[in-house]
Ligand binder design. Structure first.
Ligand code: PGA
Length: 254
C-alpha cells in the first residue's frame, strides 16, 4: 500500500523569517499528527535550515524538502547546491524537473535524470515532476508526451525502495492558473505513468511509487483527485503558502 503524500512547494515565496513563521504555523495546525499521510514542505534554499529547526523543536509531523539541487558533489559551480549540502540541513526530499525550472532555466530530462541519481545516492527522495503544455494537451498528445518524459527521467535508475521515489504529474496549463485538470484527466495520465513504471521497474515497484497531482490543487478540490486509483497525493503551490489551507489539504487526505 502507498501512503498518501501532500507536498508543499513554496517556490520563490517566503523569506527566511516568513518561512520560519509559516512552518511554525503549520506545526501548530498539524499538532494532532497526520495519520498515514506523508507531509513534505519544500522551501527556498535559504529557508531550509530555519524550517528544519522548527520541525525539530516542535517534533512536527512534516518533512523538509528542497526545490532544486545540482548533481555534482562539490566544486566550482557558483550558485549551485549539492545533495550533501541538502542532507546537512535536514532535507529529506527534493523537487526536480518542475515545469518552471524546465521552462525558465532550461532544465532538460537528462538533467532531471542526473539529479535523481545524485539525490538517491545521498538518500534524498526525488519528487520528479512531469507534465504537458496546453499545446500538447490540445493536440491530444499529453499521454505520449508524459510517458516519454518518464522514460527519459528514470533512465538507468535503480529503485530499491519504491517509497523513496515520487513522481508529480503537473499539467503546465493548470499550474498557478486556477484552472485544474479534472480528476479524470489526472487519473488518465497518472495511470499511464504507473503503467510505464511497471514496464521499466516491474509491477511491484510501480505499485509502491507515489504519483501526485499538481496544478491549482486546493482544499476544496483535493479530495476528488485522491479518490482516483493512481493519484496518491498532491504537490501544492499557492495553497501551501497559508498554514491553514495546507493543513486542510493534509486533513482531506487523512
Ligand atoms: P499551484 O502550483 O498549486 O500554485 O498551481 C503547483 C506547483 O507548481 O507545484
Amino acid at each position: 500500500m502507498r501512503n498518501r503524500m501532500i507536498a508543499g512547494n513554496w517556490k520563490m515565496n517566503e523569506t527566511y523569517t516568513e518561512g520560519v513563521a509559516l512552518a511554525e504555523g503549520l506545526a501548530k495546525e498539524l499538532e494532532g499528527g497526520t495519520g498515514d499521510v506523508d507531509v513534505v514542505v519544500c522551501t527556498p534554499a535559504v529557508d531550509l535550515k530555519g524550517v528544519s529547526e522548527v520541525i525539530e523543536q516542535h517534533d512536527a509531523p512534516f518533512a523538509l524538502g528542497a526545490e532544486n539541487v545540482y548533481w555534482e558533489e562539490k566544486g566550482a559551480f557558483t550558485g549551485e547546491i549539492s545533495p550533501s549540502m541538502l542532507t546537512n540541513v535536514g532535507a529529506k526530499y527534493c523537487i526536480i524537473g518542475h515545469s518552471e525550472r524546465r521552462g525558465y532555466f532550461h532544465e532538460t530530462d537528462e538533467d532531471v535524470n542526473k539529479k535523481a541519481k545524485a539525490l538517491m545516492a545521498h538518500g534524498i527522495v526525488p519528487i520528479s515532476c512531469c507534465g504537458e503544455s496546453l499545446e500538447v494537451r490540445e493536440a491530444g498528445k499529453h499521454v505520449e508526451f508524459v510517458v516519454d518524459q518518464i522514460k527519459k527521467d528514470t533512465e538507468g535508475l535503480t529503485i530499491e525502495d519504491p517509497s523513496k521515489y515520487v513522481i508529480a504529474y503537473e499539467p503546465i496549463w493548470a499550474i498557478g492558473t486556477g484552472k485544474t485538470a479534472t480528476a479524470d484527466d489526472a487519473q488518465e495520465v497518472c495511470g499511464a505513468i504507473r503503467e510505464t513504471l511497471a514496464q521499466i521497474f516491474g509491477k511491484e515497484t510501480a505499485d509502491g511509487i507515489r504519483v501526485l497531482y499538481g496544478g491549482s490543487a486546493k482544499p476544496n478540490n483535493v479530495a476528488g483527485f485522491l479518490e482516483k486509483e493512481d493519484v496518491d497525493g498532491a504537490l501544492v503551490g499557492g495553497a501551501s503558502l497559508k498554514a491553514d489551507s495546507f493543513a486542510a489539504m493534509v486533513k482531506a487526505a487523512m
